[in-house]
Design a protein around this ligand. Structure first.
Ligand code: BTN
Length: 229
């Protein structure tokens, strides 16, 4: 695989930048940026950059069982950070990374275009003293990033993911559940249509959330935002 790595100082959004390239060139590209000024997250939310945040986007071929893709990617990002940065964190359904105290340190965005999956990843390495995003946290407050790492780490993470993807869904589910912050905790999942409450029982076969409801039913939830009770 020949990778084209585009390193930018500033961009609106690496994800939008990649979308344009993918449509034109259709090659294996990684886009990383020191600063994003219009980063966005799932469900049209804004992704706010902290003082030391790495942000990058790349594409992968579509896999079978596409709905488990975002959980698979979040698992690899967590494993990479554990192995390389001694990060003791957890996963939150469907694909956020949390620190030990349950604050978000990384988010993942998945877009599907034709036969490709566009993956956008943002990871907070240091929050800095001033942040408007009070629920956000960071990987390692003590160790500042060097300038070159804003592009080197995205490349390392891309290679780490590319080596492993796509993995069998049963393996993903097993490992994902072992690293899940909310396993057996009471949660609420809310989307535009409905609110589902129950005990979080891990990932289902398609990457959906399994909740054991107060009426003793195991239900599957495919979309929405999860919060703890
Ligand atoms: C979320 O938490 O909802 C997902 C956040 C994804 C943020 C990353 S940063 C790189 C890429 N470019 C974007 O505009 N968003 C993603």
């Amino acid at each position: 695989m020949k990778l084209k790595h585009i390193t930018l100082d500033e961009v609106n959004s690496t994800q939008e930048y990649l979308k344009n390239i993918e449509l034109i060139e259709g090659q294996q590209t990684l886009v990383s940026a020191r600063r994003q000024v219009k980063g966005h997250g799932r469900q049209g939310r804004t992704w706010t950059q902290l003082e030391q945040t790495i942000c990058f986007s790349f594409s992968l071929p579509k896999r079978e069982n596409l709905t488990i893709c975002s959980s698979e990617i979040s698992l690899y990002v967590l494993s990479f950070l554990k192995e390389n940065f001694h990060f003791h964190g957890y996963l939150k359904w469907p694909n956020d990374l949390l620190c030990q105290h349950g604050n978000k340190v990384a988010g993942i965005l998945i877009d599907v275009i034709k036969d490709r999956v566009l993956v956008g990843i943002g990871i907070n390495f240091q929050s800095g003293r001033i942040t408007h995003n009070f629920n956000a946290s960071a990987i390692n407050e003590e160790q500042p990033l060097e300038e070159s790492q804003y592009h080197e780490i995205p490349k390392q993470i891309f290679e780490y993911i590319f080596k492993r993807y796509p993995q069998d869904h049963l393996q993903i589910i097993l490992q994902w559940n072992q690293n899940c912050y909310h396993l057996d905790k009471d949660v609420t999942i809310k989307d535009d249509q409905q609110i589902t409450k129950g005990k979080f029982k891990g990932l289902g076969e398609m990457g959906e959330a399994l909740l054991f409801t107060p009426s003793q039913k195991l239900v599957s939830v495919f979309n929405g935002s999860l919060r703890s009770e």
